[in-house]
Design a protein around this ligand. Structure first.
Ligand SMILES: *[C@@H]1O[C@H](CO)[C@@H](O)[C@H](O)[C@H]1NC(C)=O
Ligand SMILES: *[C@@H]1O[C@H](CO)[C@@H](O)[C@H](O)[C@H]1NC(C)=O
Length: 323
């Protein structure tokens, strides 16, 4: 009997639970949680026009579900979340409110989740910083991403700058090939992307109202609050050398210049979806990052000076880890 209930608990812990969460303005946001609720919480946010199903290699990995409590949601206007038909629904504040509504629903605000954002998903940290303060999150994982919207032009590749007008084209005749090329451009070797994934990613792009695509791109935000925390807010950057959308060398230079507490990985043979192309390495890094931050200290392992510590803003830090 006792054994049976233990088994039930274990299987419950690893089974995913999906809901629609209502955001402050009434928009319904599709969200799903899996993993162990007693472990550090990580909230995954997909990139522009994509669905959070892209994190399937995190969801299916027992190493992730046993070491983390993972939450993912479809950004407003994307996937199967609502697509309000008003340009004012796609500015900084509602993006921050959606994150808040999701963490409140899953009751993880108190433990200060880590935000893991793919591409445009990563800039949500700047929305949160403006409307709730950086104390709402414990750290940020950038997955083929960048810290805020207004610096995108400093790290964008020429390829994506040329491609964006095609993504915003209203012609249905042109859109099929665009959606396919967009899906393929997200990974290091697009011609090897399996069909199921390719059609899933194309479907997410195709299901979006073209007005919503147009309104979502500016993501009008003020990065001041995020930049005020840039020396202490811990970042883990997982980037591919074959990223067609964001130049990893330029991103590294930007982080070196402005940010003070980050670990940066730039991987060979990895494209824009670093967590898809290198899931084992990415998952190992994300769990290690979450474990370090749980102790209340962020470690800059890339720093030539060795370790730099930042006290946890909620004041619960104890001694830094000894090794
Ligand atoms: C929304 O559209 C209106 C009318 O075109 C425009 O005046 C306003 O500046 C737009 N707002 C945003 C946030 O883009
Ligand atoms: C951004 O926010 C800061 C701090 O609140 C403010 O001083 C600044 O004027 C804002 N910038 C813009 C462009 O609104």
């Amino acid at each position: 009997m006792k054994f049976a209930s233990l088994l039930t608990t274990i299987s419950l812990a690893a089974s995913a639970f999906a809901v629609y969460v209502t955001s402050a303005d009434g928009t319904k946001i599709w969200a799903e949680a899996t993993g162990d609720p007693d472990k550090p919480a990580v909230v995954f946010i997909p990139g522009f026009s994509c669905s959070s199903l892209a994190f399937s290699k995190q969801w299916s990995d027992p190493y992730m579900t046993s070491n983390l409590y993972m939450v993912r949601y479809d950004v407003r206007g994307q996937g199967i979340s609502d697509q309000p038909l008003a340009n004012t629904s796609y500015v900084s504040k509602p993006f921050a409110e959606d994150f808040k509504a999701v963490i409140d629903y899953f009751d993880i605000g108190g433990k200060r989740p880590i935000l893991a954002g793919w591409s445009m998903g990563g800039v949500t940290a700047a929305d949160i910083a403006t409307y709730y303060g950086t104390g709402l999150i414990r750290g940020v994982v950038l997955l083929g991403s960048f810290p805020h919207r207004n610096m995108h032009s400093q790290v964008a590749t020429q390829w994506i700058l040329n491609f964006i007008p095609r993504l915003l084209d209203y012609s249905l005749a042109k859109f099929g090939p665009t959606a396919k090329e967009f899906a393929e451009s997200c990974v290091a070797f697009g011609d090897q992307l399996d069909q199921t994934t390719k059609y899933s990613w194309m479907g997410a792009v195709a299901g979006q109202n073209p007005d919503v695509r147009l309104w979502s791109i500016p993501h009008t935000q003020n990065e001041t609050a995020l930049m005020n925390a840039r020396l202490t807010l811990p970042y883990l950057v997982l980037h591919g050398k074959l990223d067609k959308h964001v130049d990893g060398v330029k991103l590294r230079a930007y982080m070196d210049k402005w940010f003070g507490n980050f670990v940066f990985r730039l991987w060979d043979n990895v494209g824009h979806a670093s967590f898809w192309d290198a899931p084992e390495d990415a998952n190992k890094e994300i769990v290690a990052f979450a474990r370090r931050l749980r102790r209340g200290w962020a470690i800059l392992s890339d720093s030539p000076d060795g370790l730099i510590f930042s006290p946890d803003v909620d004041g619960t830090s104890d001694a830094p880890p000894s090794s």
